[in-house]
Design a protein around this ligand. Structure first.
Ligand SMILES: Cc1ncc(COP(=O)(O)O)c(C=O)c1O
Length: 341
């Protein structure tokens, strides 16, 4: 591991009352899923299927695609490292700002890296690349791409593989999934189950591509990378998908309410999104100071986004929680602004 994911929940000396830094959907682990996992703890007494075949079939059935297109993974992060291994040592283009693991995974596997601000991506790529990495919607700014755009890129750049991270697609109604039965041979879609189904600690995700490509990547994985409970969780989620998904309409409504309230505060610039999270830039002091203030005085953790490529020490990211916590956060931010101005 190089730098790792930016979540610093485990490094705090203060008691965390509310974690606005993680993009996991508010509400967390659905009760029915927690109960189901409790009942299946005995599975830990045996090795799981080495290739997570049952979970893979369940994912394929849910998307109505061929199971040869799917690899169940230990969170989406395992998928990024597998893809980086598949294209080891080649040229990669990473659109910024973006999730740090694209860079860490490709660096681990010695790719030659080029970074491009996502808004500068035009119809032509700025060079020859084996892979292009992006998320739809993007983290941290919730940017969404026009439907079909990357299929067109795949068609125009047959030598380049596009890795589209759909970890937050369920939580953002304006982002459209590219998963389907007939995927372009150079498209790889990666999905996380940890955000929408509230189980980042369990580690569950998957990759979808054309069968030949998916099976070529599958040969790189180690056996049992998806543990027994995670395999059980994937099967359960795929057969109860709609019931277990959080109320994304309510989450979006709350996110937009909080974004509006922040826009009304002085000295803040909000990059509005249709997601449960969004990026904010403070025009006074910096994100590190705000983060410390919120931690020390309120036990609120926010994501200082200054270590995202292309962002500044003034950027921070918030994910919404319950309306009550969100209101407390809004008041706390307002107090901080009055103090620093
Ligand atoms: C865009 C994006 N993709 C993937 C992940 C990692 O997801 P997982 O828990 O499935 O490894 C994150 C985590 O923050 C993320 O922000």
């Amino acid at each position: 591991m190089l730098h790792g994911h930016g979540n610093d929940l485990h490094h705090q000396q203060f008691k965390i009352k509310a974690d606005f830094s993680s993009n996991v959907a508010p509400g967390g682990l659905p009760e029915a899923l927690a109960e189901h996992l409790h009942k299946h703890l005995h599975l830990l007494g045996n090795y799981p299927e080495p290739d997570a075949a049952g979970a893979t079939t369940a994912i394929a059935r849910h998307h109505n695609i061929d199971s040869m297109q799917v690899i169940a993974t230990n969170g989406s992060t395992e998928a990024f490292y597998l893809v980086a291994q598949q294209f080891r040592g080649q040229a990669a283009l990473i659109l910024t700002p973006s999730f740090a693991e694209y860079e860490d995974a490709t660096r681990c596997h010695q790719h030659a890296l080029t970074f491009l601000p996502h808004l500068q991506l035009g119809s032509e790529l700025p060079g020859n690349f084996a892979t292009v990495w992006l998320a739809n919607p993007n983290n941290p700014d919730g940017y969404t791409w026009a439907p079909g755009l990357f299929k067109e890129h795949c068609r125009q750049n047959p030598e380049t593989y596009f890795i589209v991270d759909e970890s937050y697609t369920n939580l953002c109604p304006t982002a459209q999934s590219l998963i389907e039965g007939s995927m372009p041979p150079n498209l790889i879609v990666v999905r996380s189950l940890t955000k929408d189904f509230g189980l980042p600690g369990l580690r569950a995700g998957y990759l979808v591509a054309a069968p030949e490509l998916a099976q070529s990547i599958n040969r790189l994985r180690m056996p049992w990378s998806v543990n027994a409970l995670a395999q059980e969780a994937i099967g359960f989620i795929m057969t109860h998908y709609r019931e277990l998904l959080p109320d994304t309409t309510a989450i979006l409504k709350e996110s937009q309410r909080v974004q509006k309230r922040l826009v009304a505060l002085p000295h803040l610039k909000v990059t509005s999104t249709d997601c449960n999270y969004f990026l904010v830039e403070t025009k006074v002091s910096d994100a590190a100071d705000l983060k410390n203030y919120l931690l020390q005085n309120h036990g609120f953790l926010i994501r200082d986004a200054s270590n995202f490529r292309a962002l500044s020490p003034r950027h921070f990211r918030l994910a919404v929680l319950s309306p009550d916590f969100n209101n407390q956060l809004l008041s706390a931010i307002q107090s901080w602004i009055s103090q620093v101005c």
